[in-house]
Structures are given as C-alpha cells and as structure tokens.
Design a protein around this ligand. Structure first.
Ligand code: BTN
Length: 249
C-alpha cells in the first residue's frame, strides 16, 4: 500500500485533522503525525497529553471495503499493528502485551494508546482513522493517570539507546502494510492474531469499569464481534465491548 506522510509541528489533534481530511476526500494511506498536540484525545473523550517531541502522535487513514459488522475488529487491528512494530524494535527480554482492546503494555505499563474513529456514507463504512500515541522519550508523567504509564526511554534504560519517533513511525507503517492486507483478505483472522499477542485473551483476572459499574471476572476469549468474554464469580459470561480493563493479577 502507498503511504502519503504529512508532518506538522503543532496541531490540535492528528485524529481530528485527519478525520476532516477524510471527509474532504483524502486517499487511503494518508498519514499525519505531529511533534505536539494541543488537544490530543483519548478514548471516552479523555485528554491525551502530548508534549512536544516526547511522543509519536500519529493518525493513519484507511478506507476498508468491509462489512460494517467488522468495524470493531479494526480497533483490534490497530493494537496488533503497534505490537508488531514495537516487538521488532524492542529487545526480546522486554515484555510486550496488548491490554483489551488495544493498549500496548511494555513491561506491564502503558506505552501506547489507540483511538479508532470511523465515518460513514449512508450505511456504508467510508473511512477509519487509526490514531496512535506512542510514549517514546517521556521521562516523567503526571500523577493520577488511569493506568501506569511508561515510555520507550524509561523501559530501555540508560544503557540501551531507544528507537526514535521516526523509527517507530516507520515500524508502524511497515506493520500496517502487512497486517492491513491480511485484514482485508479475511477480517475475522485478526481475532486469532490478537489472541496470540495478548495475555488478556484467556484466563486473566480483570476488573472492568463500565460507567459506574465494576465487573470482575476471568477472561474467556474473544467473541466473533471482538467483544471480550468475562466469566464472573457468579458463573455468568458477559461480553465487554467498552470500559477500562485493568489486570487484577
Ligand atoms: C487512549 O489510550 O485513550 C487512546 C489515545 C490515542 C492518542 C492518539 S495520539 C494521535 C491521535 N490523535 C489524537 O488526538 N489521539 C490519537
């Protein structure tokens, strides 16, 4: 696939800007990254702190010709793409994982968050913007984040030079070319790939907050629509599609 990569020093949000370009007809493979975001967004309308030069703030425009029912799987695809990219750039003794649905954990801490947003033309899917925020050079984070954060710099340590933002960008584009082609060929196959990459797929004791509600249980795989199945102490199996998953153990 062909990528057209655009760079901005400062932007409100690469996702917001690329969504606008998508609705104005930008082509598949258009990518936008910035050194800094002034209004970076996370899932559930949260703020994504995006200090200048510290992270990779990247959005990729895709126009998959797939059934709308496969749309939730695009979110899992985003996680697999960044996982692959970071795996190729990271020493094997550093643990990488995908926390449902698509946070990337490095040594158990969040190193990347992904925000997938879609646009429709009538009932048909017109575009998907995959937004990725990778913590690269941060040495500190504000208190009170929902999940303990890390960066490549912190995880690699002083002794070992960490990949640059450009290295991560290139790695993500390479992984996108491979994984997106596979996805278009047979979307449900991403479920198995995701399971192979994530310790959260099976037998993980987790807590999920869905609004004010807290659901606790053990993960029991993915459903065909990408929902995570969680078996509660009462023995019921509930599908989780939204909510924040934390690992209890
Ligand atoms: C999350 O973990 O809640 C998702 C965070 C996604 C952040 C990225 S940074 C690039 C792109 N532009 C945004 O405004 N958000 C995404």
């Amino acid at each position: 696939m062909h990528f057209h990569v655009l760079h901005r020093e400062t932007i409100d949000s690469t996702n917001t800007a690329l969504k606008r370009m998508a609705s104005e007809g930008a082509s598949e493979g258009t990518c936008l990254y910035a050194d800094e975001q002034t209004a970076g967004r996370g899932r559930f309308d949260r703020h994504w702190l995006s200090p200048r030069g510290a992270g990779l703030y990247l959005s990729i425009l895709l126009r998959p010709k797939i059934e709308t029912t496969y749309l939730p799987l695009m979110s899992l695809l985003g996680g697999v793409i960044v996982f692959d990219a970071l795996r190729a750039l990271t020493p094997a003794d550093l643990a990488l994982d995908i926390k449902y649905p698509n946070d990337i954990l490095l040594e158990g801490k969040k190193v990347c968050g992904i925000l997938a947003e879609a646009g429709f033309s009538g009932h048909a899917l017109a575009w998907v913007v995959l937004g990725m925020g990778v913590n690269v050079g941060q040495t500190e984070f504000p208190d009170g984040l929902l999940y303990p954060p890390t960066s490549l710099k912190l995880a690699f340590g002083e002794q070992c030079p960490h990949p640059t933002r450009e290295d991560v960008l290139q790695g993500i584009l390479d992984a996108t070319a491979t994984r997106y082609a596979e996805f278009l060929d047979h979307p449900p196959a991403i479920l198995q790939t995701w399971r192979e990459h994530s310790s959260f797929a099976e037998g993980k004791i987790i807590t999920v907050s869905v609004g004010d509600r807290k659901l606790e249980g053990t993960t029991r795989g993915l459903r065909d629509d990408g929902a995570l199945l969680v078996e509660t102490a009462a023995g019921t199996v509930e599908p989780v599609t939204v909510g924040d998953v934390v690992s209890a153990r």
